[in-house]
Ligand binder design. Structure first.
Ligand code: ATP
Length: 330
């Protein structure tokens, strides 16, 4: 399960406004990728382009041998069945209870009987920890529960790729930590490819296998988590460490005078790279590697105190929840 998304030289404009150009990256099958970027850099446009809701001007998006940037409507319809999408607000129908909301794609897109639908809906509600809440209306539950209900609905057609548009928006840090753990657990369990757009730096630092950063109409960097978290590249360093010093300004990039004024400022040292969040269900992540492996292989010295935890780093089942919790709150 889980398919690769290969994006090559992709560009998107609205009229004369270039949103991003020449984006090339591969989202590996079954792994978790996070896409970051300042507001307005086109992260949502990127997600919509991947599912064919928006047409790129140039480039290709290859999924299972089909280029969805140029395929027919019929092929696109088939490819879309591979996707599940968690929208920012969960995108629930307000007048339907959670059961009917989660059942909706099954009733729309399959010919399954109501008893088959029931067993799938209950299985997905269980996966996201919402069993017992089927009769609630979206307006009667918390934002965190709405996200989980949205996730159950995104999973109901057994997607190979799950796209998350700011899953943590509007959630408090504790709910975000729980949701992140759920995302990592689900990824290990269903083995689908996950792509998450987020502004949450802690999520970006602990959850993904790979991180991308969109900035100033291009993909500034895309690669393994350890590569970006140890990077001294000014934009990457500034964004992943939520710093004011760097090329990114209040509303757009800083001008030459602003950058010159900062030139003598000493940058704070890079913070330690936290441990990657591990599944609490004992199933290893598909791409699980020893902490620091990428840095060692590439001759990079990680920031001091990286990959440390006050608990041992368990790699076996049963003991993973503890380290996951530590990483989530790091
Ligand atoms: N359908 C559209 N027509 C014209 N312009 C659009 C359309 N959709 C998005 N845009 C523009 O594309 C740019 C990128 O928008 P997008 O919502 O993708 O940014 P984002 O990085 O997701 O921002 P945020 O982090 O604030 O959610 C914005 O300038 C937006 O106005």
């Amino acid at each position: 399960m889980g398919v690769e998304i290969k994006v090559e030289h992709l560009s998107k404009s609205f009229g004369k406004q270039l949103i991003w150009g020449d984006v090339t990256l591969t989202v590996p099958a079954g792994e978790i990728c996070v896409m970051l970027g300042p507001s307005g850099t086109g992260k949502s446009v990127f997600l919509k382009t991947l599912i064919g809701l928006l047409k790129p001007d140039q480039g290709s998006i290859i999924i299972e041998g089909t280029d969805i940037a140029s395929c027919s409507e019929k092929e696109l319809y088939e490819i879309r069945k591979l996707f599940g999408v968690l929208f920012q607000d969960g995108a629930m129908f307000g007048s339907m209870n959670l059961y009917d909301n989660v059942a909706f794609p099954l009733r729309e897109h399959t010919k399954k009987s109501e008893s088959e639908i029931r067993s799938i809906v209950m299985e997905k509600m269980d996966l996201v920890g919402l069993l017992g809440a089927e009769d609630k209306l979206p307006g009667e539950i918390s934002g965190g529960m709405r996200k989980r209900a949205g996730l159950a609905r995104a999973l109901v057609l057994d997607p190979e790729i799950v796209l998350f548009d700011e899953p943590d928006s509007g959630l408090d840090p504790v709910r975000t930590a729980f949701l992140n753990q759920l995302i990592v657990d689900l990824n290990a369990q269903i083995d689908a490819t996950f792509l998450i757009v987020t502004h949450d730096i802690n999520t970006a630092r602990t959850v993904p296998d790979n991180i991308g950063l969109l900035y100033h109409k291009h993909l500034a960097m895309f690669g393994p988590r350890e590569m970006l978290l140890s990077s001294e590249e000014p934009v990457v360093r500034q964004f992943l460490n939520a710093q004011r010093v760097g090329p990114i300004g209040m509303s757009e990039e800083k001008d030459a005078d602003e950058l010159a004024a900062e030139a003598d400022q000493e940058l704070p040292p890079l913070p330690p790279i936290p441990l990657q969040l591990e599944p609490s269900n004992g199933i290893p992540r598909r791409s699980q590697r020893e902490p620091g492996a990428w840095c060692r292989e590439h001759g990079m010295t990680p920031p001091p105190h990286s990959f440390k935890s006050d608990v041992a780093t368990p790699r076996t089942s049963g003991s993973t929840e503890k380290s996951g919790r530590t990483a989530a709150t790091a």
